[in-house]
Design a protein around this ligand. Sequence first.
Ligand SMILES: NC(=O)c1ccc[n+]([C@@H]2O[C@H](COP(=O)([O-])OP(=O)(O)OC[C@H]3O[C@@H](n4cnc5c(N)ncnc54)[C@H](OP(=O)(O)O)[C@@H]3O)[C@@H](O)[C@H]2O)c1
Length: 299
Amino acid sequence: MTSKKVIAVFGATGAQGGSVAKAILESKKFAVRALTRDVTRPNALVLRDLGAEVVKGDLNDEASVEAALKDAYGAFVVTNFWDHLSKEKEVCQGKSVADIAKRLGLKHVVYSGLENVKRLTGGKLEVEHFDGKGEVEEYFWSIGVPMTSVRLAAYFENFLTMWKAVKASDGDYYTLALPMGDIPMDGISVADVGAVVSSIFNSPAEFLGKAVGLSAEALTVQQYADVLSKTLGKEVRDAKITPEAYEKLGFPGAKEMADMFRFYHMKPDRDVQLTHRLNPKVKSFSQFISENQGAVKGI
Ligand SMILES: NC(=O)c1ccc[n+]([C@@H]2O[C@H](COP(=O)([O-])OP(=O)(O)OC[C@H]3O[C@@H](n4cnc5c(N)ncnc54)[C@H](OP(=O)(O)O)[C@@H]3O)[C@@H](O)[C@H]2O)c1
């Protein structure tokens, strides 16, 4: 039997929670209770082999969350907007965890939050996958749960998937279509978030009640493109798309994403220095890309 205090990790089979669970296990200061809706998932089995207790927990099932949080010292909480695309559902899941954390008297929750953009901009911009998390942040604090919010910059991993460079139709070059103009955009590898969160759990006095913006570095689209060019061996250019043109691209969520980039133009507070202090091994975009050369060359 372990005598270590337990941290329950939501989303443990996913990108954020997986990184957090592994980093906490590595630091050996706390025991990890990994939550998943399906304890037989391969990522859940990997965590079990690394020493985590794996338990069933579904954010839509209060009793399962209450059972999973019982006797825990703390929790890392992430909700997945993209699972259901509903701000109301994300707010409902987040508030339900907050109520349970309050009832059980958890000592430290680290919540993966973001800004309530709609409120901050007086309704001018609406970014549902941010706004709901902003509401949940406020709720945690309003009911008195000892909580630190981590507000993550865009994942570098997005450049391997939805933001990958696209081959131009009129020449032997690629373009990167992110409507940022010349304004630097913060980024971080989600794999580096776990060590930051683990450090926060190790220093509650410094971080309780605070929101912490996480970023490895902020680069312009052309600077991101230059890094990709080096690895790809082909020129990658900033497509110089405007938010107005971006929102007309027609894919589901284009308007919401355009408003997210408009919000990024306002330079939300992401603290590069603090992120490096909390995880001295946090990777630059260049390091991240050189570790993922295969994926970049496969675009
Ligand atoms: N992409 C970005 O640049 C970026 C930046 C900042 C913030 N975010 C936010 O990150 C969040 C997604 O996190 P991620 O990247 O870690 O996602 P992910 O890799 O897709 O993993 C999602 C996790 O959520 C769990 N989950 C989903 N529904 C659940 C439910 N009903 N009950 C319990 N667990 C549930 C899944 O666990 P099981 O399936 O095993 O149950 C899985 O572990 C989104 O809300 C997004 O807005 C993304």
